[in-house]
Design a protein around this ligand. Structure first.
Ligand SMILES: Cc1cc2nc3c(=O)[nH]c(=O)nc-3n(C[C@H](O)[C@H](O)[C@H](O)COP(=O)(O)OP(=O)(O)OC[C@H]3O[C@@H](n4cnc5c(N)ncnc54)[C@H](O)[C@@H]3O)c2cc1C
Length: 1007
């Protein structure tokens, strides 16, 4: 097998260079677009007129209106009904049991919220009427008096019975699904396609075998087989007409490999490349088109490297059917097209480039915010995307000969503009494309007509869901063209408006989508983090790692640290919140500036993988900025209280004295820095004792505190083990303890504090959890598996928030487990400083021995479903394991490592199962995966948890967003990173002054 290195000769095109533009400044990008607009003034006027005419002609062709378009006219996503119907469409078809189906329908359709949102509006009647018709195929006519959904459903139930309703709603979803899917099998799709061709609704197809995002090798092999079959069936029918005239196939690379990620480049070349080459060679044999679909922005460069290798493969050299989709909503697409043209010329045969706007816009926005990217990889206004599309179209047209352009859109203005640009350039060799179920009326209205290729998904409803939801989201949005295209209430001038006009009027990024660093507004800047999908970011960390010098470990004894900190206390407290906040903000900036070095240090000393280490630095930065803002809010001056005449009353917050901060090795920077920052912000001086396993990270953090302007006496670092911690806690001079670690040690500290005479001081403890995740039958298996893998195994399960017990319903447990166990085989366990690594080692031999002991016991008492073999790695590596318990009684406490316990449960008894978990006494994190709000509420009602997460991972709490900490055996509260944290570190002083004693109350006299 060839390696990636061999695939990249020295003169290879610089695909990685595109990443320099990934987060380009949007305002500058828009200014550049407007400087060279894709259409001149004359062209703009005629395109606008043609676009309006197109809309009018399409509206006149009522019979060509698709079900989707009718549906969207009634149910936009800005309405509660539209959202509810989307939820149903996403979940209903996969639910195996009737009881849950009924609950889901009842919750989504008949919930009181429908009435609340729409009340008695005529709009609802129209909606209900349409829905009723869809539900029942026109059998039931809605009576006039029905005013809201619950009545509507009640009435339907009376007439039809529950089973009939269930069937009807199911049927409606099947109808909706069918609208987008051409057939269950490629043969069925070809048959239906042929009749569409005869009726003029399509000239040719690009068939897409539904399914994306393989989680296991078995998934990938299944998808590969179905793509290979499709290529053969489509090829055989093509009769040698060549790729432009005959139908072809589109392929999603994420379906062909479970780890199609930039970090796994070598593996992708070794394992995925041969699969896609196999498909391409088969397509070449038949001389049909094979197009690689565009997916998430983080995968773009990797897909281009693969594509280049395909393009230059000797076995594909003269084939003109090789194609790639590119997304105009990404800011780097013009630079990409330039490189594709170079590639095609180097290859000596043209390539097909399908220009789309892009289907993952909301996902890109969310991911950039969560990951702390410097900006979004996509434009934030629809007008910018539309104009950029036209600029990209102009580039593609200019690259004629090298590129065969394929314009995929359902937007009348876009179609009219592209057509005009092609005409002006005298280009005939291009085509338009539309999605099956959309845009039929638009293309039917083109005069003179042009051939249009229809992108046609093929498959069963099981695989339809992600695609369907993307379509509903895309088309249900107010900004979507299709949403209002055929709506007579929206004037053609509005629907087909020239996007340049809007962009010229507002040539700026969307005002309500600030870049990720500004997510939290003016009070604090969000932290940013390296993007591991970018090679230069990975290189920067590698370079920092290669130069890393481990800081020297200091040796200040407790007997020296405590008096030093004590002597500094008064002055520090007097400085007030604003001054202390400024130092904390400087600390945040210092941490951010040292991100690479700190990431390398955390990975090396604590064994955390690079992404965890990046997240950890970000968390430390966030803590500093959050507590700085809190210090300014709470400690900048006395709070005035209501008082009687002749008196002033104030409440002041002050530091308590010397706080001892004892932090764990599992978040050696974030928790260490967070505790200190909070104690300092509240006016305390600090003696900090980090875990003995991670002294260097603590040294680095303390040096940064000092460099940020913190007087050295104010923060004293004491290194050592539990004994040293014990000494600090026992000292009568300390004013409080912040501790994060095990429940056992927290108890010890508590006893030590209680045993002392003198002042009773606070203990703020954050301890462990026996964290559960409850899944029901409405949950999406792939999402469950992704989130379970991260929650249970990230950081080698060494987070207090990590998932310990997964509760699966009997009906779907086997399916979920099969995918989960398969996906575990794809995890990379190894050197944490290697970007490919998902899971690093266990912190030390003692901790590993405890895990081994637990596994040995479970082998006997329960069922070990799987443990990844890591014997080759040696050291403190521990293979992630899944254990099926017979009963929850088999575990009592947290086992701190990558061991997931599974319990199967009967959904009817979820309250009992939840109560059994609650009875263990912990209350830290809790997860629910369900599309039923009522299920999540039911679980939350019985299982106490400081942090509950629905339909996501249960780890990774964000400062100020998910304040973190539990109750019961899991901690004392208040929550770190929350609004109630700092006051616990403070002392309150009320000051009451009798101003009448000085002569009177001026306020009273001046009323
Ligand atoms: C044949 C075909 C193949 C396709 N293949 C792919 C593919 O491989 N990969 C892929 O990602 N998509 C693919 N798509 C989907 C495609 O991205 C969408 O259908 C397309 O974006 C819709 O554009 P439009 O011109 O029809 O609609 P319009 O309504 O004019 O545009 C909608 C698009 O605008 C963008 N948008 C909306 N709001 C904003 C905003 N505030 N800021 C910035 N942009 C915004 C979104 O990308 C949205 O998709 C394909 C579509 C077709 C027709």
């Amino acid at each position: 097998m060839q390696t990636a290195a061999k695939a990249h000769p020295a003169a290879a095109i610089d695909w990685d260079g595109l990443d320099a533009l990934k987060y380009a400044d949007e305002d500058a990008a828009v200014a550049a677009l407007l400087k060279e607009p894709p259409l001149d003034a004359a062209a703009r006027a005629s395109v606008a007129a043609e676009a309006r005419a197109l809309v009018k002609r399409a509206r006149a062709l009522k019979h060509r209106k698709g079900v989707m378009e009718s549906f969207l006219e009634e149910y936009g996503l800005s309405t509660a009904e539209g959202l509810a119907l989307m939820c149903l469409a996403e979940a209903l078809l996969r639910v195996p049991d009737e009881e849950t189906v009924d609950k889901l329908i009842a919750e989504k359709i008949s919930s009181g919220r429908w009435g609340e949102h729409l009340g008695k509006s005529d709009h609802w009647l129209v909606n209900a009427g349409t829905w009723g018709l869809m539900l029942t195929g026109g059998i039931v006519k809605l009576p006039e008096e029905i005013r809201d959904a619950s009545q509507f459903l009640a009435s339907l139930t009376r007439r039809m019975g529950e089973q009939a309703i269930r069937l009807a709603v199911n049927q409606a979803m099947v109808i909706l699904g069918r609208q987008f899917v051409l057939g269950r099998t490629i043969e069925a799709a070809m048959k239906r396609g042929a009749s569409m061709q005869r009726g003029g609704a399509a000239s040719r197809f690009s068939f897409d075998m539904l399914g994306e995002g393989a989680r296991t090798t078995a998934d990938a092999e299944r998808y590969l087989a179905s793509y290979a079959n499709a290529v053969d069936v489509v090829g055989r029918a093509s009769e040698g007409q060549g790729p432009h005239a005959s139908s072809g196939v589109s392929v999603k690379l994420s379906a062909l490999h479970p780890r199609y990620e930039a970090r796994q480049e070598e593996r992708v070349f070794a394992e995925l490349y041969p699969r896609v080459l196999q498909l391409a060679e088969a397509a070449r044999k038949w001389n049909i088109g094979l197009t690689v679909d565009a997916e998430e922005a983080d995968r773009l460069v990797l897909s281009l490297k693969l594509f280049e290798r395909l393009a230059l493969a000797p076995s594909l050299s003269d084939w003109e059917g090789l194609g790639l989709a590119v997304q105009a909503y990404q800011k780097r697409t013009r630079a990409l097209i330039e490189r594709l043209a170079i590639l095609a010329r180097r290859r000596g045969a043209p390539i097909q480039v399908r220009l789309v706007k892009g289907a993952y816009w909301d996902g890109e926005i969310k991911r950039a915010q969560i990951m702390g990217r410097p900006d979004f990889p996509v434009f934030t206004t629809k007008a910018a995307t539309d104009v950029h599309y036209l600029a990209c179209a102009r580039d593609l047209i200019a690259a004629r000969g090298a590129i065969f352009p394929q314009f995929a859109t359902h937007n009348a203005h876009t179609v009219a503009a592209v057509r005009r640009m092609a005409q002006t350039a005298g280009l005939d060799a291009y085509e338009f494309q539309r999605l099956h179920g959309m845009g039929e009326a638009l293309y039917a209205a083109l005069d003179p007509p042009l051939p249009v290729r229809v992108y046609a998904p093929v498959g069963g409803h099981e695989d339809l869901l992600p695609y369907l939801v993307r379509r509903l989201l895309e088309n249900g949005a107010n900004t979507s063209f299709v949403h209002s295209f055929l709506d007579e209430d929206v004037a053609p001038e509005v629907v087909a408006a020239d996007p340049l006009v809007a962009l010229e009027a507002t040539p700026r990024r969307h005002p309500r989508l600030p870049p990720p660093p500004q997510l939290y507004g003016a009070s604090r800047r969000n932290s940013t983090g390296r993007d591991l999908s970018i090679a230069s970011d990975r290189d920067a960390i590698a370079s920092a790692a290669s130069k890393l010098q481990m800081p020297k470990v200091s040796a200040v004894p407790p007997t020296q640290a405590i008096p030093t900190a004590l002597s500094a206390f008064k002055d520090w407290d007097l400085r007030g919140g604003a001054v202390r906040g400024a130092i904390l903000r400087a600390m945040a900036d210092a941490l951010q500036a040292k991100e690479d070095e700190l990431v390398a240090l955390i990975a090396k000393e604590a064994g955390r993988n690079l992404q965890d280490s990046i997240d950890e630095v970000r968390e430390a930065v966030d803590f500093c900025r959050y507590y700085a803002a809190e210090a300014e809010r709470l400690f900048s001056g006395p709070q005035t209280l209501p008082s009687p005449a002749g008196e002033t009353d104030h409440l002041e917050l002050h530091g308590r004295g010397v706080f001892v901060c004892i932090s764990p090795w599992n978040f050696p920077l974030a928790i260490f820095t967070g505790q200190i920052a909070a104690a300092l912000a509240a006016g305390n001086t600090v003696v900090a004792k980090p875990a003995e396993q991670t002294p260097c990270i603590a040294e680095a953090a303390v040096s940064l505190f000092y460099a940020a302007g913190l007087p050295q006496d104010v923060l004293q670092l004491v290194q050592g083990d539990g004994k040293v911690g014990g000494e600090l806690v026992a000292d009568p001079r300390i004013a409080g303890v912040a501790f994060t670690g095990s429940t056992e040690v927290a108890r010890l500290i508590n006893r030590t504090l209680a045993a002392k005479d003198g002042p009773i001081v606070p203990l703020i403890a954050e301890t462990g959890g026996l964290n559960g995740l409850f899944v029901d039958t409405t949950a999406l298996k792939e999402q469950v598996v992704d989130d379970v893998l991260i929650s249970a195994f990230n950081s080698a399960g060494q987070r207090c928030s990590s998932l310990r017990v997964l509760f699966l319903p009997h009906d779907t447990a086997d399916e979920v487990l099969e995918t989960l166990l398969g996906a575990m085989d794809e995890l990379v366990i190894g050197d944490p400083t290697d970007p490919r690594t998902d899971i690093g080692p266990i912190i030390d031999a003692e901790a590993k021995a405890n895990l081994d002991k637990h596994i040995a016991r479970m082998r006997k008492e329960a069922r070990l479903l799987k443990q990844i073999d890591v014997s080759k790695l040696g050291g403190n590596f521990f293979g992630p394991a899944v254990i099926e318990l017979n009963s929850l009684d088999q575990i009592e406490k947290e086992v701190f490592g990558p061991i997931l316990h599974v319990v199967r449960y009967d959904p009817a008894k979820v309250a009992e199962v939840g109560a059994a978990l609650a009875a263990k006494g912990y209350g830290l994190t809790l997860g629910v995966h369900s599309r039923l709000d009522s299920f999540a509420e039911q679980v939350r009602a019985v299982v106490p948890a400081g942090n509950c997460y629905v339909n996501r991972t249960i780890v990774g709490a964000v400062v100020g967003v998910q304040p973190f900490g539990g109750s019961g055996l899991s901690g004392t509260g208040p929550k770190a990173g929350g609004p109630n944290y700092l006051p616990r570190f403070a002392e309150e002083r009320a000051v009451s002054v009798n101003i009448a004693a000085q002569g009177g109350d001026p306020h009273l006299l001046n009323l």
